[in-house]
Design a binder for this molecule. Structure first.
Ligand code: SF4
Ligand code: SF4
Length: 411
């Protein structure tokens, strides 16, 4: 698209935003794969519509306020990137635009409070644990509490899992084949600590030594996706400093975190390039390493729910399937709408509960139609969202938890 964006006046992401706008040829191939376009049916809530809106705002031809509702409603799922034949890097536009717009906008008081809560609670484990405990205590009284708290209650687990403290180092079983560092995530370690425990056991079983850097912190995804650039930069710098350089890979088991770690060079600059080059999803890493499984059979049918930030954000699709397919007796089924987001998308289901709930309902139906025994996904946010919408109708777990169960059952 031809543009007249004054790049120098648009901050340090001006050139990246302009390049993304320029690459768009307005073809509309991305529209059918955009979850918000599917639910809302408006051009302005499609990738093409949003790109045009952001372009016009950056050019000074449209007031920011008119574009914000549509920019805010974007899930950041990056499905449009996968669908785009012109290679538009939508991620180079949406988060930088939000960061550029944030200082210029006036948010209502309630919204400011909610954002403050999100930014100051979710990324910190002990605060998150306290908040979950308080939420569980308050949940029976939700009818008399403000309606705005409803989505938060919906996503709470049935109970707070037992706190697990991870060691700094886990040795490889048998001959050491690799040494990695693991990002353990912030809310994941509070809401589902079994995911990191399973990931570490699986890695150890494959001859991988696992370092858990003590000074690591939240990856910064939450801040980056809602335009809080200063916080995102702070998290990126802290993690780049905290992770050792003498490892073969930096692993994540949460798709949203992994995608953000890959974006560190965009967030904090070229000094993060070496760090980002080492980042891999754990399934991708194990697949490349050569995954070894016991030669025994356990029959199970698995339906895959690709997390958007794995499928679109990191283009990892076949590795978790290849991993599971190695187990004798595993049948893998696919959902009818694999490219579509489940509606989780970080804090999206707290900020846009209606759209998130509609997407969650739709995804639950397509997953059930696959008639599987278990649904696996590679992201804590998707896991919580799917568990809420599927309830007891289908078990939902993390890919690494299922792999760990298999190895322990068959080993
Ligand atoms: S990131 Fe997702 S929700 Fe946003 S425009 Fe692209 S496809 Fe639509
Ligand atoms: S598919 Fe790509 S080029 Fe076509 S409208 Fe969407 S973003 Fe633009």
């Amino acid at each position: 698209m031809k543009h007249s964006i004054p790049v120098e006046q648009c901050g340090h992401h001006g050139a990246a935003m302009a390049a993304a706008v320029q690459a768009c040829v307005h073809c509309g191939f991305c529209l059918p794969t955009c979850p918000t376009y599917q639910v809302m049916g408006e051009e302005m809530d499609s990738p093409r519509g949003r790109i045009t809106l952001m372009k016009q705002v950056l050019e000074g031809k449209q007031p920011l306020e008119t574009a914000l509702p549509h920019v805010d409603a974007c899930l950041g799922c990056l499905s449009c990137e996968t669908a785009c034949p012109s290679g538009v890097q939508y991620r180079d536009l949406i988060s930088p635009f939000r960061a550029w717009a944030e200082p210029q906008r006036e948010r209502p008081r309630m919204e400011r409070m909610r954002r403050w809560m999100l930014m100051n609670v979710l990324p910190y484990r002990w605060r998150m644990a306290v908040a979950v405990r308080l939420g569980l205590m308050a949940r029976p009284f939700r009818e008399v509490l403000p309606k705005a708290l409803g989505p938060m209650f919906d996503l709470l687990p049935r109970r707070l899992p037992k706190r697990e403290v991870l060691r700094d180092l886990y040795e490889a079983k048998g001959e050491r084949r690799a040494r990695v560092a693991l990002l353990t995530g912030c809310s994941q370690q509070v809401l589902a600590p079994e995911i990191n425990a399973a990931t570490i056991r699986v890695l150890q079983s494959q001859g991988v030594e696992v370092v858990v850097p003590r000074r690591q912190e939240c990856c910064g995804a939450l801040a980056w996706h809602v335009g809080d650039e200063a916080r995102a930069v702070k998290s990126a710098k802290a993690n780049v400093a905290a992770f050792p350089t003498d490892v073969d890979a930096i692993l994540t088991n949460a798709a949203g975190c992994g995608s953000t770690l890959h974006e560190y060079p965009l967030i904090m600059g070229d000094e993060a390039k070496a760090f980002a080059a080492k980042v891999q999803d754990v399934a991708q890493f194990l697949d490349a390493l050569g995954f070894r499984v016991p030669d025994k059979e356990r029959k199970v049918t698995v339906v895959m729910q690709d997390a958007c930030h794995l499928l679109h954000g990191q283009r990892v699709q076949s590795a978790p399937r290849r991993l599971l397919a190695k187990f004798p007796g595993v049948t893998i089924r696919e959902v009818a709408d694999p490219e579509l987001c489940c509606g989780s998308a970080g804090s999206y289901n707290l900020e846009h509960p209606e759209v998130a709930a509609e997407l969650g309902r739709r995804k639950a139906e397509t997953l059930l139609a696959a008639k599987a025994d278990v649904c696996v996904t590679g992201n804590i946010g998707c896991l919580m969202q799917l568990r809420f919408h599927l309830g007891v109708r289908l078990r939902v777990t993390h890919t690494m938890v299922l792999v760990d169960e298999y190895l322990r059952d068959l080993g």
